[in-house]
Every structure is written in C-alpha cells, then in structure tokens.
Design a protein around this ligand. Structure first.
Ligand code: DOR
Ligand code: ZN
Ligand code: ZN
Length: 430
C-alpha cells in the first residue's frame, strides 16, 4: 500500500490548514493526522490544495514530430504544470482519425504514467474536412475517445458539422470546434486591426471566429447536441456564447492563458513566438475574455500547448508556425490575470482548471471534490512565490514560450496522480 500524508494544506485556499491522507490512490482521511511509519510526507506549509488540473487542449507531437514533443515529454510538462489529465489533439502525423492511432496514443500515455493522456479523435478523415471519420469505432476503442476535433483546422462544411453533432449525441461524446471560417482567413497572419495594418500583415478578422461559433451554436441546438468551442479569442464570441447559453444551447467553451494575458501589441516585436492561431487580439478582447471566464460564460482554461522546432518557429513571421507552449505556465498566467485581479478565488481556479474541463471531457475520476473517498488526483500550489520563466528549462523538447524572462506568480509544488507523486518541487518523480 502506498501512503502519502499531505501535512498542513489548505483545500481550495480556504480555512485553516488540514492534513490529507492518501492511501492506495484514494483520499482516506482529512483532519489533524499523524504520519504512519511507511507514509511519504509532503509538508505543505499552508499551501493551496486543488484537484489536479485537466487540459482539454494539448498538442503532443507523437506520432510524427517527436523532435518537438513526445507523449513522455509532454506528460512531464503537464505533471510539472499541475495537470493530472490532458487531451491530446488529433493533428499528428499520421492523424489520429482511427482506432489504431488513438489506442497507440492512449497506451503511450499509460506507459509514461505521469498524467492520463486522452487522445482526441479527428472529426474528419485526415483532417481534410470532406468525410466523417469513424467516430463510433474510436469511441468504443481501448482509448474510449470522449472528445473529437479537427483542431488546427475548422470543420467548415455546415452539413458535415451537423452530422458530426448528430452522431456525437448518440455516442455520448463532444465535438470541439476550432472556429475559423477558412474563406475569411486566407493568408491571415495576425488579428485584423490597427497593429496588423500598420505592420502590413494580412488580417484574421474576429468575424471568421464569430460566424462559425454562431452557426455551430445553432446547429448544436437543432441537433440537441453538445458543442465545445476551442480557444475563444474575441469579445464578440463571448457575447454569442452568452446568448446561446441563455437559450439553453448545450455549448461549452475554453480560453487559453495567452488570450487572457497577451494582446496584439506584441506584434510590434516582430518575434514569431507571438504568432498563434487564433491570433492575439486587443486589450478590450482580453478584458472581456477574463470577465466571461469569471462569469462562467467561458467554462474553462485550456492551454493549446503547441510545441514547435526552432527552425519552424524562429524565422520570418509569415512562414513561422503558429503556436505557443502552455502546460508549465498556465497556472501562473491564471493567477496573474484572474486571482491577483480578484476575478477568481481558488474555488474558481479549481472550477476552470479542473472541474469544468473534466466534466466537458467526460472524465469521471478527475476534477472531483477534495473529500474522503475521492480519487487522489491533486495539485499543491504555492500561491505567492514568483519565478522567472526559462523556456530552455521546461520538460518540453521545444522552448517556444512567449513568457520568456517574465516573472510570474504561483508555483506548482506537487502533483499526485491517483495517489502517486508525479512531480515535486519542480522535478518529475519517475
Ligand atoms: O496556434 C496553433 N497551433 N493553433 C492551432 O490551431 C494549431 C496549433 C498547432 O498544432 O501548432
Ligand atoms: Zn485550434
Ligand atoms: Zn490547438
């Protein structure tokens, strides 16, 4: 029996410190407890104890681009970032559009053993947007695929999207849409606005996102299906989500840490580390996204962790790949933008980083309350200590972080997956 005793932690940052006993992967006691001889003790010193984080949107690059991230290195980055489960997007090479690939990803995740890696299945064959993939086969495979997405690309054909939504209901899964009307973003490089115009970049208009989100909300409502909107980036999308939710549409949505903090002012650097899809928007968009997350109009935070090789990223803007690392900085950006501003308390952080993403992704053993009898998927956070971001020190193979050199608040000091310590004081525990 493995036993861990967390001494003096504050669940959800509330009340006096308590001790939490974990035996064989389950929380078995909470109170004032003495350590048995065989117990591994974590001295929490009043730090904040939260349910382990769940990331609905991670790009691991295995299979295909193991030079930038593998399931093992991405899992390590996730554990160090406080995650106990991640959903690995389907835009690998080959694409995860069949049971063989999704089962391979699932097994590799289990071998790495640091977080539960749930493969996302592609909605269409080869992400081509032409023909539906075999969603049912993937949903019933060993990996039990629970989320489907063509992320990286939009399911632009409304009839295909409608069919995908209809099937998803019967299978009890969710379709996650990368909302980008491709006809409106041909050659797009940056948010369509003053900054892009000044620098001569082709614009990516807010309406390319909003028109798809509005359409999909209507399709989901008509099909009585669940829709999940990936990486909401505009103020208008938040308005559409509010409208749809008020009318009872089963829609959920995520926002990335980078869209909460960063804006298109960053374009002035000409540094492609700031290039991402959807692009960084304006300060008024970011402000609206923070408010929408606090209100629950946007349900959760998802990283869109997107590792890229130096040769694909560190080049002239127009040919650089979009995407940013996110797993090891997400909590700190949430603390900076949401906790320090008073928009969320630690209960709220648990909601947007763990509980809601677990519900949306149909995970029954993550995002659970910190109570006796519950699975011990836990994250311990030192809320006040600040650290300086160094991409080269991340567990990820790639280093494309837009926060390089920034001083950020909030340190993950321990992560437990089913009672096993996976990360401790910034180190992976193999
Ligand atoms: O910035 C992005 N990077 N957006 C996407 O949609 C895809 C992702 C990637 O795979 O690199
Ligand atoms: Zn995307
Ligand atoms: Zn993505």
């Amino acid at each position: 029996m493995t036993t861990v005793l967390i001494k003096g932690a504050r669940p959800y940052g509330e009340g006096d410190p308590v001790d939490v006993l974990v035996e064989d992967g389950v929380i078995t006691d909470i109170g004032s407890l003495d350590a048995s001889e065989d117990a591994e003790v974590i001295d929490a010193g009043g730090q904040v104890l939260l349910p382990g984080f769940v990331d609905l949107h991670t790009h691991l690059r295995e299979p295909g681009r193991e030079d930038t991230e593998t399931i093992a290195t991405g899992s390590a980055a996730a554990a160090l970032g406080g995650y106990t489960a991640v959903f690995a997007m389907a835009n690998t090479d080959p694409v995860a559009d069949n049971a063989v690939i999704v089962d391979h990803v699932w097994r590799r995740g289990q071998e790495a053993g640091l977080v539960d890696v749930h493969p996302v299945g592609a909605v269409t064959v080869g992400l081509k947007g032409e023909k539906l993939a075999e969603l049912g086969t993937m949903a019933k495979s060993e990996a039990r695929v629970k989320v489907f997405s063509d992320d990286g690309l939009c399911v632009a054909d409304p009839l295909l999207m409608r069919r995908a939504l209809e099937y998803s209901t019967a299978l009890g899964v969710v379709i996650a849409q990368h909302a980008e009307e491709p006809r409106l973003t041909v050659g797009a490089q940056a948010h369509e606005g003053e900054q892009a115009a000044r620098l001569g970049y082709t614009g990516w208009p807010a309406s390319a996102e909003e028109s798809i989100v509005a359409r999909d909300c209507l399709l989901a409502r008509h099909a009585n299906a669940r829709l999940h909107v990936c990486h909401v980036s505009t103020s208008g999308t938040a308005d559409i989500l509010k409208w749809a939710k008020e009318r009872g549409t089963k829609v959920s949505a995520e926002v990335t840490p980078h869209h909460l903090l960063l804006t298109d002012e960053r374009l002035a650097t000409y540094d492609p580390v700031n290039k991402v899809n959807p692009p960084l928007r304006t300060e008024s968009d970011a402000e609206k996204l923070r408010a929408a997350l606090a209100e629950g109009v946007i349900d959760c935070v998802a990283t869109d962790h997107a590792p890229h090789a130096v040769q694909d990223k560190d080049r002239e803007w127009n040919s650089a790949r979009p995407g940013m690392l996110g797993l090891q900085t997400a909590l700190s950006i949430v603390v900076e933008t949401m906790v320090r501003t008073g928009l969320l308390d630690w209960r709220g952080v648990a909601r947007v980083m763990s509980e809601r993403p677990a519900e949306i992704g149909n995970l029954t053993d993550h995002g659970r309350p910190i109570e006796v009898g519950e699975p011990a998927n836990l994250t311990l956070v030192d809320p006040d200590t600040e650290w300086i971001v160094r991409g080269a020190e991340f567990a990820s193979i790639a280093a494309n972080t837009p926060y390089e050199g920034m001083r950020l608040p909030g340190v993950v000091t321990a992560t437990l997956l089913r009672g096993r310590i996976t990360a401790r004081e910034g180190k992976i525990i193999p």
